[in-house]
Design a protein around this ligand. Structure first.
Ligand code: ADP
Length: 564
């Protein structure tokens, strides 16, 4: 039991660090089981991996807090934050990461994490601790205190008797209501909902905290809807309809802030975030240009075609895409894996892929680009894909927009009627559409060899924030995936790609992603890898990463050979 662990640790005092290996295994404590899964080789290495199991009969948290997937995700997210706070009080002694606990709790978003799960009999937490050392020698007493006093005490904070149950319920209720609203949006013909009173701007570009003193969101009367929630009564705010929406307004009036809130609204947020009632369809993908990225085997022809000297763009690859090519590829790649709402900001989009005006249409005859403006109506009417574009300057988009929102002093106004009048008064003379290059997506079949996580014989999967993923021999730049919000998602993406090495072969990318999602639903994240620091990514960010692999090899799907 834990007494024996304390004794063992004290007896290891003064030994070389490797002696810690002897504590690997299971230890029964008062009201919990401690599993020491992997001991770090030295005080500076990745800290020791532990698990703790708290039987339901011990923590006594009300089962209604985890009665379905969304509630469970919300509750576990809250418990991880509480646990992280509880272990942080621990005094730091020793070298390297001695005495530090590492708990993978979240930021502004509520995500499914490997660090906590509810089993049939117990709550399990996964985390790391730096076993204490002076130089490279075991500090036995400090280690005994850490694992047999500090840890058990911290775990008490998770018992129903000690936990702030109202807060825990707030987390579960909010996460469930986010899912509830998200599931309603499609049948209501909406792509997003922003509740009145939401606080959208952040404190600063590097902070996820709400800006204090911000102008609260207020819906324009034309778009005001009231939706039913499960736990919070009716909520009123802006319902953004499907179709083509242009968000415009002068610089610094809050356009990008609104777009970013909608981008993040695919995830539930923590209570008090200010954006907890911004709910966006789960199939929403933010797209941007990304100079220099790799593109592999994408059917670009609906946007880029008739290259000089007749090079085909039906199955287009490049190691160094331009701003317009990368945006065209991003659109096609998103559609390939099921995106139904596209978000774009002119600040981060190549202008020549967004629009070409009437004068340029007449001057440039050998045009190789069909801009998005000629595709958005078709995207909506033929494929059921909505587009929301933030633009201060793309006035030609008024021709094709179903809805025009104007931001003035952080307030949204529905300017659709004014825009229609302007379109009649000042016709652009643009020819819209491009029937010569039909809009379609060609599914691709990735080859298993694309997904090799090894470097020099060893598996190398390492996330550096949400911006970089080291995968095998590659260093992937993921800054273009703006809806990747947590480094643990980045890490999970690495492990999911490694799994594709086993699954890939004769299935399309979309089919492979569906298979991975089924596996995650069934087995959870911790089946991917024993690391506690894994959070569930969306399929779009996983696909986005795969699409940026320079080792990606694909062939076009031949539907006539076998059916999907
Ligand atoms: P735009 O995209 O129209 O140029 P931004 O969205 O970048 O404008 O916003 C400009 C500035 O105004 C940012 O510093 C942002 O934090 C701030 N801001 C945005 N919305 C609000 C608001 N509702 N209340 C107060 N400040 C806001």
């Amino acid at each position: 039991d834990l007494g024996a662990l304390a004794q063992l640790l004290e007896s290891l005092d003064g030994h070389g660090y490797r002696a810690y290996r002897r504590i690997e295994g299971a230890w029964v404590g008062p009201g919990f089981t401690l599993l020491v899964d992997h001991v770090q080789p030295d005080p500076f290495a990745t800290p020791t991996r532990l698990r703790v199991r708290l039987p339901h009969s011990v923590h006594r948290l009300p089962p209604e807090l985890w009665s379905n997937r969304a509630r469970r995700t919300g509750l576990l997210d809250y418990l991880l934050r509480v646990f992280k706070r509880a272990v942080q009080s621990c005094p730091g002694v020793g070298s390297g990461r001695s005495c530090q606990f590492f708990v993978d709790a979240g930021g502004a978003e509520v995500l499914e994490r490997a660090a906590a799960c509810m089993g049939p009999d117990y709550l399990e937490l996964r985390f790391r601790v730096g076993l204490p050392a002076r130089g490279r020698t075991v500090l036995g007493q400090a280690a005994a205190r850490l694992l047999t006093e500090v840890l058990p005490q911290a775990l008490q904070a998770l018992h129903a008797a000690r936990l702030d149950l109202a807060q825990a319920r707030a987390w579960a209720d909010l996460t469930e209501d986010h899912a509830h609203l998200q599931a309603q949006l499609e049948s209501l013909g909406l792509v997003a909902f922003v509740r009145d009173g939401s606080v959208l701007p952040r404190e600063s570009g590097v902070s996820s905290r709400p800006l204090s003193g911000a102008v609260p969101f207020e819906s324009p009367p034309e778009l005001r809807v009231t939706l039913a929630t499960l736990h919070h009564g009716p909520v009123t705010g802006m319902g953004l309809p499907e179709g083509v929406t242009v968000v415009t307004g002068g610089g610094f009036h809050g356009k990008t802030t609104l777009l970013e809130a909608i981008e993040r609204g695919v995830y539930p947020h923590v209570p008090g975030d200010g954006r907890e009632w911004v709910v966006t369809r789960s199939t929403t993908v933010k797209l941007r240009s990304e100079d220099g990225r790799a593109v592999t085997g994408v059917h670009l022809t609906p946007f880029v075609h008739d290259l000089p000297f007749g090079a085909s763009t039906d199955f287009f690859s490049t190691a160094d895409a331009s701003g317009s090519t990368s945006l065209a590829a991003a659109i096609q790649e998103a559609l390939e894996v099921g995106a139904r709402v596209l978000l774009l900001d002119e600040d981060t989009s190549a202008t020549n892929l967004l629009v070409r005006d009437a004068r340029m249409q007449r001057l440039v005859r050998r045009e190789t680009i069909t801009p998005l403006i000629d595709r958005v109506r078709e995207l909506h009417e033929r494929l059921g894909v909505s587009t929301l574009l933030v633009t201060g300057g793309g006035g030609d988009y008024l021709d094709v927009a179903d809805r025009v929102l104007l931001l003035e002093n952080y307030r949204v106004r529905d300017a659709t009627e004014e825009a229609r009048a302007l379109v009649r008064e000042l016709p652009t003379g643009r020819a819209v559409g491009d029937p010569a290059h039909p809009l379609r997506v060609r599914p691709r079949v990735p080859e298993a060899a694309s997904f090799d996580p090894r470097r020099g014989g060893r598996v190398k999967i390492k996330a550096q924030g949400t911006e970089t993923l080291l995968f095998g021999r590659e260093t992937l730049d993921l800054r273009g995936l703006e809806q990747l919000v947590d480094p643990s998602q980045t890490r999970a993406i690495g492990h999911l790609m490694a799994r594709l090495r086993e699954l890939a072969g004769d299935r399309t990318l979309a089919q492979l992603l569906a298979q991975l999602e089924r596996e995650l639903d069934e087995h959870g994240l911790h089946h991917l890898d024993p690391a506690p620091e894994l959070a569930r990514p969306r399929r779009y960010e996983l696909a986005g990463t795969i699409n940026r692999l320079r080792s990606l090899r694909v062939r076009p799907w031949r539907s006539e050979k076998s059916s999907p």
